[in-house]
Design a protein around this ligand. Structure first.
Ligand code: NAD
Length: 244
């Protein structure tokens, strides 16, 4: 996929990776970039940096009704969605003893939100004969113990879901990819290290921390090459290839 004239939706669009993707997609010529995030104020501020193609919407990606409304409203306004980036994510809890509330929140945002995105966006994409669904997973979804327990478990589940979707719908014109960056310099990484929800030792062990713009570069290249696993770092790519 090239991005020219595309209609794109990004959940978690106010965050470090989501906002870098939005600016990059706009620079590549996207017709519309819809930023959907829990944080309405931050989303509106990011939209200003993206330019006139941006639209900011307050959405809880882990609420199925809100995701359905987001998709219906975008299709009504722009006629279609070419690329949906299920990108919202949370790092909660540390080890196996993390409270159930942390496991629940990680499951809802890191996995169920991806299910809701697929349920909402697939009917329109299939009816139009194509589209691309990109799931922001993590290196923690292809390596073990890069994040902590709830993060690692839910990101592995998200990669599994994305692969299932890719295989199930590949003959119907739908492309699905799983973006799996290692540590990226965003508020999530800073907060995760400060609170202990991401362990500095494993982030350091997984290679150099990337900038959100480096992730955006990898995404544009990965989309153009129709890759399933988009792995911005060669060490992670090497491991994933060995595993496969
Ligand atoms: P970030 O904290 O900068 O951004 C995350 C955004 O998601 C925030 O704007 C937040 O408001 C939003 N969000 C959280 N829950 C939401 C919900 N229920 N509905 C809508 N929006 C919600 O973090 P980031 O680093 O940009 O993370 C983006 C994605 O990249 C996440 O899925 C994360 O797991 C993944 N990731 C991050 C790193 C990293 O090191 N930063 C590495 C690999 C993968």
């Amino acid at each position: 996929m090239n991005l020219t004239d595309r209609v794109v939706v990004i959940t978690g669009g106010a965050g470090g990776i989501g906002s870098a993707l939005a600016r990059r997609f706009a620079a590549e010529g996207a017709a519309a970039v819809v930023l959907a995030d829990l944080d309405a104020e931050a989303t509106a501020a990011v939209a200003q940096t993206v330019g006139p193609v941006a639209r900011a919407v307050a959405v809880d990606a882990a609420d199925e009704g809100q995701v359905r409304d987001l998709v219906a409203d975008t299709e009504r306004r722009y006629g279609r969605i070419d690329l949906f980036c299920a990108n919202a994510g949370v790092a909660t809890g540390v080890g196996i003893e993390a409270p159930d509330a942390d496991w629940d929140r990680a499951w809802r945002v890191n996995v169920l939100a991806h299910v809701y995105a697929a349920r909402a966006v697939l009917p329109g994409m299939l009816a139009r004969g194509g589209g691309h669904l990109m799931h922001t997973c993590s290196a923690a979804g292809v390596l073990t113990a890069v994040g902590d327990a709830p993060y690692t478990a839910t990101k592995h589940a998200a990669v599994g879901l994305a692969e299932w979707l890719a295989i199930t719908y590949r003959d119907q014109g739908l492309r699905v990819s799983a973006l799996c960056p290692q540590g990226v310099d965003t508020p999530m990484l800073a907060d995760g290290l400060a609170t202990g929800h991401l362990a500095a030792r494993v982030i350091a062990a997984s290679g150099p921390v990337l900038t959100p713009d480096q992730v955006a570069d990898a995404v544009v290249a990965g989309l153009a090459e129709e890759r399933f696993l988009i792995l911005p770092h060669p060490e992670v790519a090497g491991y994933a290839v060995r595993r496969a």
